[in-house]
Design a protein around this ligand. Structure first.
Ligand code: MRU
Length: 368
């Protein structure tokens, strides 16, 4: 199966159907799944067939098309629509793009007068969210490129070593990725880069997905265990950290995959610049204090007590137990890095300080 360019797209022949890469099986199998209903979309988001904040938003965009379609087939369309919207909203609590996409679709659908128009506008809006994400991530790459370029110019005899955490790559968005977009732009410009890829326990999005994406793009990279980054930074082997985010407060506090905070502390202690790449759709304009107010998803502890991988002998994906059967486990999916540890935010409008002034300087029209 050839690797699709995108993580989500409208089905080329089946009407009112979206297709996704089912990421649970990457990198070992590239499986494509159809989405045709709210139930399927909610499962795909909750059980992480797709994941990554911008892609969760884009998928929810199609989910809202299914919601209005299903609601219009009942005799209580308004109540049903609200219920289905709630079902989508409850899938993953941390990624604010989910709320953003649902809100955008609700506003778009409310503009329409007839059932046909509602369906038309919801499908069109879902497509627009997808296309806009591609363009936003491309622009973030152009802005982030200058950071990589300036490090390279200071020391042109060696590749720029960049550490990233989790997967903020093309499978977390529609196409370019957030953290990986500046890396792709640098690579395409001929700037030598090398990426340290944190494995990102418990679901190993770094080892499975970021490594696969970079491999496919021909970007030199090395997978490391989650706890290696601090050691590398102490020994001058990391020039720059770039990570993604699921929700960033308008004051610059950053929620991202669990373990990001520890990387930021190590970067701070070693004077390594720590950047967060985010589309403006990931900014929470309501929340001031990220540590206290951002809801942190707690997932099934089986993700900690078991691990999944490719069994060479049987040539299939297997799940095996890691821990004593009786040992309890806890599975916090995200943590919050306070703004003071973030060197800057890479957005579609440029790079800014991780602060209210920095963010509002780039996005003055949005009120909080
Ligand atoms: O739990 P996941 O895999 O959805 O978490 C993804 C991340 O933490 C990403 O870093 C984040 O969504 C940024 S995506 C461009």
């Amino acid at each position: 199966m050839p690797t699709p360019n995108r993580s989500i797209w409208p089905h080329p022949t089946k009407l009112q159907t979206a297709q996704i890469v089912d990421q649970r099986w990457l990198p070992h199998q590239v499986v494509i799944a159809d989405l045709t209903s709210v139930q399927e979309t909610a499962i795909a988001i909750k059980d992480m067939w797709i994941r990554g904040a911008p892609l969760i938003g884009a998928t929810a965009g199609y989910g809202m098309f299914f919601a209005i379609k299903e609601a219009l087939q009942t005799d209580q369309p308004d109540t049903t629509f609200q219920k289905l919207t709630q079902q989508l909203l409850s899938t993953r609590p941390t990624a604010v793009n989910l709320h953003w996409a649902i809100d955008r679709q609700q506003k778009a659908i409310n503009q329409a007068n007839s059932p046909e128009e509602k369906l038309h506008i919801a499908w069109k809006t879902a497509g627009e969210i997808v296309e806009e994400d591609v363009e936003i991530c491309r622009k973030m790459g152009e802005h982030g490129l200058s950071l990589i370029e300036s490090i390279y110019q200071k020391n042109p005899n060696q590749p720029v070593n960049i550490l990233t955490h989790c997967n903020a790559g093309r499978m977390a968005t529609v196409e370019w990725g957030t953290a990986t977009s500046p890396i792709y732009h640098a690579h395409q410009k001929g700037i030598p880069v090398h990426v340290w890829v944190d494995e990102t326990r418990p679901r190993n999005q770094g080892a499975r997905i970021t490594a696969w994406e970079l491999q496919e793009a021909g970007v030199p990279h090395t997978v490391i265990a989650d706890n290696v980054g601090g050691h590398l930074m102490q020994h001058g082997q990391v020039d720059l950290c770039i990570v993604g985010t699921d929700r960033t407060t308008y004051t610059g506090d950053v929620a991202n995959k669990i373990g990001t905070y520890l990387k930021a502390l190590a970067a701070w202690d070693n004077g390594v610049p720590f950047y967060v790449a985010l589309p403006s759709t990931t900014i929470d304009w309501e929340i001031r204090n990220g540590v206290e107010e951002i809801p942190i998803e707690v997932r099934d502890d089986e993700e900690v007590t078991f691990i999944q991988g490719w069994d060479e002998e049987s040539q299939q994906i297997k799940k095996v137990r890691l821990t004593p059967a009786e040992s309890p486990a806890q599975n916090y999916a995200f943590d919050v890095t306070p703004a003071k540890y973030v060197t800057g935010l890479i957005t579609e409008r440029g790079v800014c300080e991780a602060s209210e002034a920095g963010i509002k300087g780039l996005f003055p029209a949005v009120k909080s």
